[in-house]
Design a binder for this molecule. Structure first.
Ligand SMILES: [Zn+2]
Length: 432
């Protein structure tokens, strides 16, 4: 059945691109994407910069709008601030001498971030969204990071307060919200975990302790996903994948180890999904559609399962989890070079994260090469020609993402994955 699926391509297996100088080559691809981004998206842009047949509109979300631009500037700031001198020496391709000194000055990106943040602030309106991917509070979360880097305590505090302002309403009226990562309470939990992880060990006015907030939000989520095999309802279906489904939910629940009953449910759920995988070769999108095994992308299928499974392996020390992830990596290598192409949500760079996450744990050079092949997909004509001509019915233009410069559907996602290949930080919107 999988052989008939037109959404994946196996051309990369018979026609891999040369694997030497991988860091230099990935950096060169990163710079090409970055320059193309800068030519098309001015600093301070607040529209979604969509492909030509869509109507461009103001979109401040991190998922496919201007929040993603802010996210990018801060990620590059982190990248250039933390790159070792040895790696810096390897990462020069594609830049002139002058561009090089600008690029390796972190202040460049902090100023772009500030300009982007101010432009977004000028048109932000109160909204009902709560998740990192979709809500305005994600702008406050990114603002907190930015003001922390600028050592601006007052604005840092204001941004943190803006994120926490939603807490009371979520606890008081949890039924108002979905229980999934993309739109719902787990997407808010992600923001809390981010702040807690980053600032619980800071000093003085930058110090935060959100452990009781996190505990409360986990209890809210647990009430809805239940005991035993946990279920995540969204649009009248029980989804399995990372963006809408249980994988995204319980990956974040796992950061709250105080709830014992929850740890049990997590294992039961994970064992259930792994069993489905071994029986079928993939994790289907939902319990209502167990025959649909075609989707190999972060939002549906095994790509979003790597991070939770590997985290479970670290917590429970169960070899079965590591074995399952290794088995899945071979499946993903075969079917994950999908013809939809771009971005993180349902794209090839999103799928590269599974290899990178497993590589970090095992150190297997083969996995690094798998990630390299996926990140260089535009340089592989056998793959890229397929992508450029793939008539994906949900798209406005053949071969172009609807939001070509966005975090989850476009080139910002590609750039983040490339930076993570060189110096791993986290999968955007998923890992902390
Ligand atoms: Zn998707």
């Amino acid at each position: 059945m999988q052989e008939q699926n037109i959404r994946f391509s196996q051309f990369h297996i018979s026609h891999p691109i040369p694997g030497e100088n991988d860091i230099q080559n990935v950096f060169e691809s990163f710079i090409a994407e970055y320059k193309n981004f800068r030519n098309n998206v001015p600093v301070g842009c607040i529209t979604d910069k969509c492909s030509s047949k869509q109507q461009e509109r103001i979109d401040l979300s991190v998922f496919c709008g201007a929040g993603g631009y802010l996210y990018l500037y801060l990620r590059i700031y982190e990248f250039v601030s933390s790159l070792s001198p040895e790696l810096q020496q390897q990462c020069t391709q594609g830049l002139t001498d002058q561009e090089l000194s600008e690029f390796y000055n972190p202040e460049t990106f902090l100023q772009m971030a500030l300009q982007q943040y101010q432009a977004i602030q000028a048109s932000i309106k109160a909204d009902d969204n709560i998740s990192f991917f979709m809500s305005n509070s994600a702008i406050s979360l990114l603002g907190a990071d930015m003001f922390f880097y600028m050592k601006d305590k007052e604005n840092f505090k204001r941004c943190v307060t803006e994120v926490l302002n939603q807490f009371g309403d979520i606890v008081a009226q949890p039924k108002k919200y979905e229980q999934e990562l993309l739109y719902g309470v787990p997407g808010y939990l992600y923001s809390l975990l981010w702040l807690h992880k980053k600032y619980s060990n800071e000093k003085d006015q930058f110090q935060l302790d959100l452990s009781s907030h996190i505990h409360t939000i986990c209890q809210v989520i647990l009430k809805f996903v239940g005991n035993g095999v946990m279920k995540c309802q969204f649009s009248n279906r029980q989804y399995y994948g990372a963006a809408h489904g249980i994988l995204g939910v319980y990956f974040h629940l796992k950061d709250e180890q105080g709830l014992l009953q929850m740890l049990e449910s997590i294992q039961v759920t994970l064992d259930h999904l792994i069993k489905i995988y071994y029986q079928n070769g993939n994790i289907p999108s939902s319990a209502q559609n167990e025959k649909n095994l075609r989707l190999f992308q972060f939002c549906h299928g095994i790509p979003g399962a790597f991070a939770p499974i590997l985290k479970a392996y670290q917590i429970f020390n169960k070899q079965d989890y590591l074995d399952a992830a290794i088995h899945m990596s071979e499946t993903l290598f075969k079917y994950g070079m999908i013809k939809k192409g771009y971005g993180l949500c349902h794209g090839i760079p999103g799928n590269s994260y599974g290899f990178m996450q497993l590589y970090r744990l095992t150190g297997s050079e083969k996995l690094r090469q798998y990630a390299f092949q996926f990140l260089q997909y535009k340089k592989n004509p056998h793959v890229y020609n397929e992508i450029k001509n793939f008539p994906f019915k949900d798209r406005f233009n053949i071969g172009i993402s609807d939001n070509p410069f966005s975090l989850m559907m476009g080139s910002i996602g590609d750039m983040c994955a490339m930076m993570d290949f060189i110096n791993y930080k986290r999968m955007p919107g998923y890992e902390i």
